[in-house]
Design a protein around this ligand. Structure first.
Ligand code: SF4
Length: 432
């Protein structure tokens, strides 16, 4: 539920502050101090989405609608996605185009797989609940935001779930902690103010709150290894079968070996059966076991394939991106689940995060109070190595002097690169 302006004003009054902070505001500063100036000091706004925000909103809406019971059947999620694909194809907006057709095809293939295979969370899920978090620094900082989805899990923990349609890069190690700042603010907020669950206000200390990402573009593939331990590997959804091509090949190549092993087991049991010391009861037991193993062998025999057949099956399965061409024992071995990434919030992590956050907020308000804002929010030039955000994601790049310089510099470089070398020039003029 989104709060109205009046409700937000009421919160400000109640909390004794004149403004509310959002994660995106402080996140913008962390991303680029100049962008912060353009957005929050100069108040420049660019209307409209880019392709990632447009599709991100679509994906959020579909999964949240599913949890809110707006679709009578699971299959309707995919239908809704397909409706959006049609709507998107009819939009004539340059800003909504993907950088390349290939990127668009990959993106939508992953979403199609997600909305036809996503595992439904088996708990009551609520969406877009408002949350407040308070931090003390040079001022009292009150954050207000909304949580994509939340639920109480089997450990009686409150799970904060955030849907991501982006790539998984940066969602590991120290970078993951950086990525999780927004969710940590929400977790701290819930630990401060509690949560209304089914009409009852409940307290959740931080160790009873989990923060989790649902990486929609990816899935977890789980299978049992030879050592009896399950293994889980992450893969892009549209490529999940290709990702396990090697273990699949091994499953099929191992069939003759497995038959041989079973035959040896039968031989062993028969030997035991014929020993003098074997009692008639034991012999009966061995005979039953032999019969069962013989059945297993018979069941495996139709699945002895030559290398060419195996290659063909793997190729076909990779194109279909499912296991339907494989024998049942292969199909049953692999399960595809949601790709969740959990962030571990230790006391040290939280304390360090709070310190850094308050430092950043203190810096922002100090800079905002300075006379010369250009100087206060200045940044270094854009380098190729850190240009991805500027080129692909910054909605104010067309208003940015640093981006202008970066483009001019690169164009100059390209022009220089296109110039013929001295040797080529002499050759062109017939002087060598
Ligand atoms: S283009 Fe880059 S440098 Fe310019 S405002 Fe955007 S993020 Fe900052």
């Amino acid at each position: 539920m989104r709060l109205s302006f009046e409700q937000l004003d009421m919160i400000k009054e109640k909390m004794g502050v004149d403004k509310l902070w959002s994660f995106s505001k402080v996140g913008t500063y962390d991303q680029c101090s100049w962008l912060y100036k353009l957005k929050y000091i100069d108040k420049l706004r660019v209307k409209g989405d880019n392709c990632y925000t447009w599709w991100g909103s679509v994906a959020h809406e579909i999964i949240q609608d599913w949890y809110e019971g707006k679709y009578p059947e699971y299959g309707q999620m995919l239908e809704e996605l397909e409706k959006k694909v049609i709507e998107y194809s009819m939009l004539d907006d340059k800003k909504l185009k993907f950088p390349s057709d290939k990127e668009w095809e990959n993106y939508i293939a992953n979403l199609r797989h997600y909305f036809s295979h996503v595992e439904t969370i088996p708990f009551k899920v609520t969406n877009e609940q408002a949350v407040l978090a308070v931090f003390e620094g040079l001022e009292k900082y009150v954050f207000q935001g909304y949580i994509d989805s939340e639920y109480i899990d089997e450990d009686d923990c409150l799970v904060i779930l955030d849907y991501k349609t982006s790539s998984m890069s940066g969602f590991t190690g120290k970078k993951l902690i950086e990525k999780a700042r927004q969710l940590m603010i929400y977790a701290i907020g819930i630990s401060q103010h509690g949560r209304m669950i089914d009409g009852e206000m409940r307290k959740f200390p931080l160790d009873k709150i989990k923060i989790r990402y649902d990486m929609m573009k990816y899935c977890n593939i789980t299978f049992m290894q030879k050592n009896g331990k399950p293994k889980t590997t992450k893969a892009e959804r549209k490529l999940w079968v290709a990702h396990i091509a090697n273990p699949l090949r091994k499953d099929l190549e191992d069939v003759p070996k497995n038959i041989e092993k079973l035959e040896k087991e039968i031989a062993k049991l028969e030997k035991k059966m014929n020993m003098k010391k074997t009692t008639p009861e034991d012999a009966e037991g061995y005979s039953v076991a032999c019969g069962e193993i013989a059945l297993e062998i018979e069941a495996l025999k139709p699945y002895v394939f030559d290398p060419i057949q195996i290659n063909e099956m793997i190729e076909k399965a990779t194109v279909l991106n499912d296991l339907s061409v494989f024998p049942p024992f292969v199909q049953e071995k692999y399960t595809v689940g949601n790709c969740h990434i959990d962030v571990e919030m230790t006391d040290e992590v939280i304390e360090e995060f709070k310190r850094e956050l308050v430092d950043t907020l203190d810096t922002i308000i100090t800079k905002t109070a300075e006379e010369d804002k250009e100087e206060a929010f200045n940044r270094s030039r854009i380098e190729n190595s850190d240009s991805y955000y500027c080129v692909n994601l910054c909605d104010l790049k067309d208003h940015c002097q640093f981006y202008k310089e970066f483009k001019e510099h690169n164009e100059m470089f390209i022009t220089k690169q296109n110039q013929p070398s001295e040797q080529d020039l002499l050759a062109m003029l017939g002087l060598v």
